[in-house]
Design a protein. Structure first.
Length: 248
């Protein structure tokens, strides 16, 4: 266990020194690839147990939100072998991290309000240009746009505020791609209320929500655990985390 703790500390230290998420994922993939699947699963579990209050562990947890990033860094074979090892050892938190189930609900983002519906008659190219506008009214009218590039432009727009981002993250129905985009954004994914809104949205892929749970306050974990509108895997993960925090 001491060797595992030392290895975990070294990985966290090295990850913290890197400036970009892609570089951190590549490093994580290389480090985990030298371990047997059981050792890799134990290592991830050990880092999880450090909790989100640990700054280095928090950075580690943030790069695990993107399921495709982790899968690509490890490769399909290693990804699958760590999943099977975690199931065999009863490491439920790790196994859920390596499980990719569909959202509780599926739908397509789109304009619903009458005053916004006219946006659908504007060409996609025009809407993509408009999403870079510094006009507040234009930004507000595009918040329900179903196009991922439009939403990405909005998230990168210096005029957008957390209030508008929360509208995107809370929108129902919404597409999994747009919710994933918000959950991995370099700026807005760090905001607590945005993370909570993503978790509580039943259209969010459960794998993303599970990866965000450790960053939630205990009172919000209780809310999530009792919310029957979201995926059962997310609720069960929240209950397990609550039990851990309460020493059960």
């Amino acid at each position: 266990m001491e060797d595992l703790e030392a290895f975990a500390a070294k990985i966290l230290s090295d990850l913290t020194a890197l400036p970009e998420e892609r570089m951190r994922l590549d490093l994580l993939g290389r480090r985990l690839s030298v371990l047997e699947p059981e050792g890799a699963a134990r290592l991830i579990d050990a880092i999880y147990k450090k909790g989100a209050e640990d700054k280095a562990a928090r950075r580690f947890l943030s790069i695990l939100v993107n399921p495709e990033g982790l899968r690509k860094a490890l490769g399909e074979e290693k990804f699958g072998s760590i999943y099977h090892a975690s199931v065999k050892m009863g490491l439920r938190k790790v196994s859920r991290l390596f499980t990719d189930l569909p959202p509780r609900k599926t739908g397509v983002a789109g304009y619903e309000k009458e005053e916004e519906a006219k946006m659908e008659f504007i060409t996609l190219g025009q809407r993509r240009m408009m999403s870079k506008s510094n006009v507040k009214d234009t930004i507000d009218r595009l918040l329900s746009d179903p196009d991922v590039m439009v939403v990405e432009n909005l998230l990168n727009n210096p005029r957008i505020t957390e209030k508008e981002v929360l509208k995107i993250a809370s929108k129902r129905p919404n597409s999994a791609l747009i919710l994933k985009l918000v959950s991995t954004h370099r700026v807005w994914s760090k905001r607590y209320e945005v993370k909570k809104a993503i978790i509580l949205n039943p259209y969010t892929p459960p794998r993303i929500s599970v990866a965000l749970l450790d960053m939630m306050l205990t009172q919000d974990l209780k809310l999530i655990a009792d919310d029957k509108t979201i995926h059962s895997q997310v609720r069960l993960s929240a209950k397990d985390l609550l039990n851990e925090r309460e020493g059960k």
